[in-house]
Design a protein around this ligand. Structure first.
Ligand SMILES: [Zn+2]
Length: 182
């Protein structure tokens, strides 16, 4: 009887200790950012990168006291084709070198960001290497580091090469919402 009591007490205590440790170590990640406009764009990104991009925006705010906004995220194949045709087969100036399927935006794996300043958060400035460092720490790549075509607003999650992503897309390796399997 005495031993049984001991077992009850010990198991009770370890259960208590377990729940306390769990509470302390559980890092609650914010699922939204300071900016509803950015949140709307993030919702349309590939499901596997939504939290990473949310963490990116929040970490930049926490560590650098800067507010960044995503102004462009997912671009469907149809949207990309329309952009690509501009200045080639349709009116206007050429705005992109990327045909459909050749941009991480087409897979919901990239976002274009600006730092927002001013009282109304309406003064835009380009991303800095400090912001890019935070992106890099989260496994994201900054277009500002590219050679040749430097793309300072651009942040992407390089899950795979664009060639492989396109092959998957064409092979129908997509989820019910059309996102490629990564
Ligand atoms: Zn971009």
């Amino acid at each position: 009887m005495k031993n049984l009591t001991k077992i009850f007490i010990y198991s009770g205590l370890s259960l208590l200790a377990y729940s306390i440790i769990k509470k302390i170590t559980k890092v609650e990640k914010k699922t939204t950012t300071w900016d509803p406009k950015t949140d709307e764009k993030i919702k349309k990104l590939h499901p596997k990168v939504r939290q990473i991009f949310t963490d990116f925006v929040n970490t930049v705010q926490d560590k650098l006291n800067l507010k960044i906004r995503m102004i462009s995220g997912l671009r469907t194949f149809a949207e990309q084709t329309k952009l690509y045709n501009q200045g080639r087969t349709t009116a206007g100036a050429i705005v992109t070198k990327a045909p459909a399927g050749s941009s991480y935006h087409n897979y919901g794996l990239a976002g274009d960001f600006y730092i927002m300043k001013g009282e109304k958060n309406n003064v835009m400035s380009v991303l800095t290497p400090e912001v890019a460092k935070i992106a890099n720490d989260l496994g994201l790549e900054w277009g500002g580091n590219w050679k040749g075509f430097v793309d300072k607003p651009h942040i992407q999650y390089k899950a795979d090469s664009v060639k492989n992503l396109l092959a998957k897309y064409n092979a129908g390796k997509r989820d019910l919402n059309g996102y490629v399997n990564i």
